[in-house]
Ligand binder design. Structure first.
Ligand code: IP8
Length: 268
């Protein structure tokens, strides 16, 4: 059977929320981004990050490091983190529905579980059935429960890896990360105090990049370094990746339509 090609688009939490203010949506950006996705009319899975919803409670209750009896009310914090993410997700879902676009939330913490060796995908058939109906499945960074009595955070980037690994009927033609910056910046060799955007990166160059940290926001899943680790794993499947600036008008639309834009493209 020939698998059908789809895109995976991740909307970064820093794009859609103000990471300095808890639970704050950037509605102007959200509305435009959703319109661009609808206009592009391509088959895709949508993922979103935690932004100012998931990251603050996850940090407060040290959820990423797993169960820790020293953290007061940690399991309550786990529930609060998941609840914050469902609120964020519902706002995104509602915005699509207001624009008459069928979307379907697939709740990540009920879709993946970790055993002692790996993360297991439990909802691939549901995601594929959603795609079969031409409905956009939406997943998001969330709690990852563990079969050994612990837990952690699963980032949107890690979800992408698992989907690239486990989808059966569909294969991914491109992964797009829409962020609030143009892509990956490195130190400029000609001027040590300056930095520049890298347009094309090959997998083998990823670890040698002299990365420049572009923001100081709370991120329990590792910021740009965490993203590069996730990207390396996604590249195992030889899927091209684009890091684009979703703040720039039409960039998401153009990326979904394979129209050239100023961004970072990563290939094997
Ligand atoms: O923003 C993190 O997802 P990310 C999700 O994709 C939580 O790293 C719950 C902090």
């Amino acid at each position: 059977m020939v698998s059908q090609k789809i895109y995976i688009l991740k909307l970064g939490g820093s794009l859609l929320t103000d990471k300095q203010k808890p639970e704050s949506i950037r509605y102007d950006i959200l509305t435009r981004v959703i319109q661009e996705i609808i206009n592009a009319n391509e088959k895709l899975i949508l993922i979103h990050g935690g932004g100012s919803f998931g990251h603050p409670p996850a940090k407060k209750y040290k959820i990423s490091n797993g169960i820790d009896k020293k953290v007061v009310d940690q399991t309550l914090g786990l529930s609060k983190t998941h609840y914050a993410m469902t609120k964020f997700n519902s706002i995104i879902v509602k915005s699509f529905l207001e624009n008459h676009c069928p979307v379907f939330p697939i709740h990540t913490s009920s879709s993946f579980i970790q055993d002692s060796r790996q993360t297991i995908s439990q909802a691939i058939d549901i995601i594929e059935a959603t795609l079969d109906l031409d409905i956009i499945p939406i997943l998001y960074g969330d709690i990852l429960l563990n079969m050994n009595g612990s837990f952690s955070i699963i980032s949107g980037d890690q979800i992408i890896f698992l989907l690239c690994r486990d989808l059966k009927k569909y294969s991914i033609s491109k992964v797009i990360f829409a962020m609030d910056i143009d892509g990956i910046y490195i130190k400029d060799k000609n001027n040590e105090r300056d930095y520049k955007l890298v347009e094309i990166i090959h997998k083998k160059e990823l670890n040698d990049l002299e990365l420049v940290k572009m923001d100081g926001k709370i991120d329990v899943t590792g910021g740009i370094k965490g993203k590069i680790k996730a990207i390396e794993k996604i590249l195992e499947f030889e899927i091209p990746i684009q890091l684009i600036n979703g703040l720039k008008e039409d960039y998401i639309y153009n990326s979904l339509k394979n129209i050239s834009i100023n961004c970072t493209t990563i290939i094997t």
